[in-house]
Design a protein around this ligand. Structure first.
Ligand code: G6Q
Length: 547
């Protein structure tokens, strides 16, 4: 297959960027009163305004042609039909099946996966009801007060982010904690105030071999046994989420208390599976189902809408526009909502692990850029820190602004101020401030001409910085589900355009292998000659100074 940048549709976009690079969005808005309406859309409880982008109807047409040329509709179909589109691992990619609330059959290798998914959901529901009602008892007969989820990467970031996002809906009687880092501090600090008799551990690992997770799980077991004495206590205080039954049994967890998922669920797409168990424990099964429903509404839109009105496709193509034609190396995610504070970190993994690839799905070396660096932090804090660079730095940084219209904590005029800041920022990023405006602004200042002109240079803003604004009426499990599915599909769209496999992660696997080798040498107390001089010196330094 030829690479996408050899297609005439790509070349047409390159030529189009040459024209657009000197266009200012201010003028586009001034010329076209219908722009905001035409370039905004409501889907699954989300209102998305993408009018503050450096685009015209022609840009969108050319981008859509590129999507057609890469057969995007066919790829969407292939995903939904359970084809093995993760070609390097020979797996289907079916997180959409986990939230298929219509229950329409979805086949993988000739077998409908829906009965298995529904059975697992029922098992989760029974367990969640037992724990939340207090009928699940620990070894000494006490009900559970604290749940500690142990996992890392895709087995941690999703549930962590969603539990924080839905904290408002959590029960006061059950606290959920997350331990991911193999730095002993994480586990120690988490367990410090917990009572082993009332603590339940969820060990979440698709493979059940990940070093960090298994190390934390073993230390958690030791902590429990130190307090409760008998090995058999593990049965009442540990459950597992995994695809690997034998390893779960070997750890000492009763496989009755094992929740399953399937190899066609990628780690970073797994919060919708049993990996989301802490979410269901925290907010209850009804709300967990609402989360799935919100995602399903977006999935249905993505599956059925044509390319021109398909929101994940639109946003994906806009990302391509900036990454490949405007040369933007990063993408900012700026939630104006404290509950969404982990969203940037979650999307960072989802996007960067999926689209951080330099070969095509058929193995050719790519000659264009793929996934951007994704980063961000909640507004308004970011405004008082890194926004400066977005406004006046030398790089173009497309940014997504995300906000709920109504606060879950109405408090005097906090929400008005939050949203005023959010809207003001996107307006300022778009409009900028011309030298004339800067000069007019300082009209009455007592300045020499030279000082005035110096300040004009510093107080002018180029503007023309692209943003999307995503609004929801309120942050609920449903709107959150739709938001996350929107991003997942946007990532997929971009992967298809770039011709890469968004669903493997060989870089992550490499990290897992390398750490094992070094650990062995640390255990032996000696670095081998195998390493480069820097790594050897670091190991030697460590071995010499450890106490
Ligand atoms: C996600 C990645 C990676 C994975 C972790 C944990 O897509 O594959 O982040 O989730 O390495 O793996 P386990 O679930 O197997 O412990």
């Amino acid at each position: 297959m030829s690479l996408v940048n050899q297609l005439p549709e790509w070349k047409a976009l390159e030529a189009h960027w040459e024209q657009m690079a000197s266009v200012h969005m201010r003028d586009l808005f001034a010329r076209d009163p219908g722009r905001a309406e035409r370039y905004s859309q409501s889907v699954a409880g989300l209102y998305v305004d993408y009018s503050k982008n450096l685009i015209t109807d022609e840009t969108l047409q050319l981008l859509t042609r590129l999507a057609e040329a890469t057969q995007l509709p066919r790829w969407i179909q292939r995903m939904y039909q359970g084809e093995h589109i993760n070609n390097t691992e020979d797996r289907a990619v079916l997180h959409i099946a986990l939230r298929n609330r219509s229950n329409r059959p979805i086949y993988v290798d000739g077998e409908d996966v829906m009965p298995g998914i529904n059975a697992e959901l029922e098992k989760i529901e029974n367990f969640v009801t037992e724990v939340r009602s207090g009928s699940w008892r620990g070894f000494t007969g006490h009900s559970i007060r604290d749940v500690v989820h142990i996992g890392i990467g895709g087995s941690n970031l999703g549930p962590l982010m969603v539990c924080e996002a839905l904290r408002h809906y959590q029960s006061e009687d059950l606290r959920v904690h997350f331990v991911s880092n193999v730095d002993g501090t994480h586990l120690r600090e988490t367990l410090r105030t917990l009572n082993p008799e009332q603590t339940l551990f969820v060990v979440a690992s698709k493979t059940f071999t990940t070093q960090e997770t298994m190390t934390n799980a073993n230390s958690a077991r030791a902590w429990l046994l130190a307090a409760l004495g008998e090995e058999i206590a593990v049965r009442d205080h540990f459950v597992a989420v995994s695809t690997h039954e034998e390893r779960v049994r070997a750890f000492g967890i009763d496989t009755k208390h094992m929740f399953r998922f399937w190899d066609w669920v990628g780690g970073r797409y797994s919060l919708w599976s049993a990996i989301g168990l802490p979410i269901a424990l925290a907010v209850g099964m009804d709300r967990f189902r609402q989360l799935l429903e919100g995602a399903h509404a977006m999935d249905e839109h993505f599956r059925t809408a044509d390319l021109q009105s398909n929101l994940p496709v639109r946003l994906g193509l806009l990302g391509i526009w900036y990454r490949n034609f405007a040369g933007a190396p990063t993408q900012a995610v700026l939630p104006y909502d404290q509950y969404l504070r982990y969203l940037p970190a979650y999307l960072q993994q989802a996007d960067m692990e999926s689209n951080g690839k330099y070969v095509s799905r058929t193995g050719e070396r790519l000659t264009y850029d793929t996934g951007p660096v994704v980063w961000g932090a909640p507004g308004t804090d970011g405004q008082h820190a890194f926004f400066q660079l977005i406004h006046q730095g030398t790089q173009l940084i497309p940014a997504d602004f995300i906000a709920a219209i109504n606060s879950l904590h109405p408090l005097s005029d906090h929400q008005e101020k939050l949203l005023a800041n959010c809207f003001a920022q996107t307006e300022a990023l778009m409009k900028g401030r011309t030298p004339e405006e800067a000069r007019a602004d300082m009209e009455n200042w007592d300045l020499s001409e030279a000082q005035r002109e110096l300040l004009v240079a510093h107080r002018s803003f180029p503007g023309n910085r692209p943003t999307n604004t995503i609004l929801m009426e309120r942050l609920t499990p449903r709107t959150l589900g739709a938001l996350l599915a929107l991003y997942e599909h946007r990532i997929f769209v971009q992967g298809v355009i770039w011709g890469i496999n968004s669903f493997d992660q060989w870089g992550v696997e490499l990290g897992k292998e390398l750490a094992g080798v070094l650990l062995e040498e640390i255990a032996q107390g000696k670095a081998t000659e195998e390493h480069d001089a820097s790594t050897r010196a670091l190991l030697d330094y460590y071995l010499k100074h450890r106490t």
